[in-house]
Write a new protein. Structure first.
Length: 336
């Protein structure tokens, strides 16, 4: 793993070095999507049952990735950079993209507010854990993982609370549903977050970091080994899970949300990061993770509220299929 160079460095566009640069990007990006493809093929060819993928996904979410986040924060060197600039840079892009996704689907395709909320989620909810972490770790290196871990410490709470509150409001307007007390909604979301393994891993890592407790000996070896398999296992399990989705009705709106997800979100995150003066490594980490396909959380929200299944599944499928090209393009533009 190596740190990124300057953005859009001149060598990226010069003929003598174009081939080596593109070759380097292919070596970094293609393995990410090949592992997803392998997972998809394992279930598609019935070499493994889909239930195996569910079990692997549970292991990744409940054990492997939390251990990776714990180690990253516990051993992190923040180099005096403020997390607030990082959060503002990323969520500025999320706010713009979410809004554009909502209005595009409601105004252009005549959908109600509930589908509009789901369109916003599908456009702006990146798969930061299962794809973003392995990608940033491979391309940017340790400082990129630190930046992404700082983002993950607030990403899930912010996105899930925003999505739940907006969907509750849309349900009242479009479906005549009875209003739920905001305190009850926040308590439910808060309980889910407190018991979320990713949040637990981040909090424990922060406690180790603040307490100056070093990881060493057999514990360090075990933590490193579990953290080392988090990336590949996450990608394979994601590929196995993709067999549940596919293209459904409403492909045209999904084409719009997929474009916003793969192009607009990373573009706005890059612009905000540049304006706020984030370091090259942190900027690259944010842009690359914002450029990855839509996360399965869009499907989970659609399933929970019983609307927009087709839009969510189509967006997940399209962004994953096209993501290898767009992520490679962003890596090239960043000069990684």
């Amino acid at each position: 793993m190596r740190p990124v160079g300057r953005f859009c460095r001149q060598s990226c566009f010069s003929t003598p070095t174009a081939v080596p640069v593109l070759s380097s990007i292919a070596l970094n990006v293609l393995p990410i999507f090949l592992l997803i493809l392998i997972g998809w093929a394992l279930v598609r060819t019935r070499l493994l049952k889909a239930s195996v993928g569910d079990g692997l996904g549970d292991f990744v979410f409940r054990v492997a990735v939390p251990v990776l986040l714990f180690r990253t924060i516990a051993e992190a060197n923040f180099q005096g950079q403020s997390p607030w600039s990082l959060w503002v840079a990323y969520f500025s892009g999320v706010a713009v993209t979410w809004t554009m996704g909502h209005f595009a689907v409601t105004r252009l395709f005549g959908q109600d507010g509930r589908i509009g909320v789901l369109a916003g989620v599908s456009s702006a909810f990146a798969n930061n854990v299962f794809i973003g972490l392995p990608l940033v770790s491979r391309i940017v290196g340790d400082q990129g993982v630190v930046a992404l871990s700082i983002l993950l410490s607030v990403h899930l709470p912010v996105m899930m609370i925003a999505g739940t509150l907006l969907m509750e409001r849309a349900e009242r307007i479009a479906g005549g549903a009875e209003a739920q007390p905001i305190g009850k909604v926040l308590r439910t979301v808060g309980h889910n977050l407190v018991t979320n393994p990713l949040v637990v891993g981040l909090v424990l890592g922060a406690l180790f970091h603040l307490g100056g407790m070093p990881l060493s000996g057999p514990i360090k070896v075990v933590v490193d080994q579990i953290a080392g398999i988090a990336g590949p296992a996450a990608l394979i399990s994601l590929g196995m899970a993709l067999n549940k989705y596919g293209l459904s009705d409403g492909v045209r709106p999904a084409l719009v949300t997929s474009t916003f997800k793969l192009v607009l979100l990373p573009a706005t995150v890059f612009a905000a990061s540049h304006l706020l003066g984030l370091s090259p490594n942190w900027t690259a980490a944010l842009v690359l993770t914002s450029a990855v396909p839509t996360g399965v959380n869009a499907w989970l929200i659609a399933n929970h509220f019983g609307v927009g299944h087709g839009l969510a599944s189509s967006t997940i499928t399209l962004t994953t299929a096209v993501g290898v090209v767009t992520v490679s393009a962003w890596a090239w533009l960043l000069g990684t």
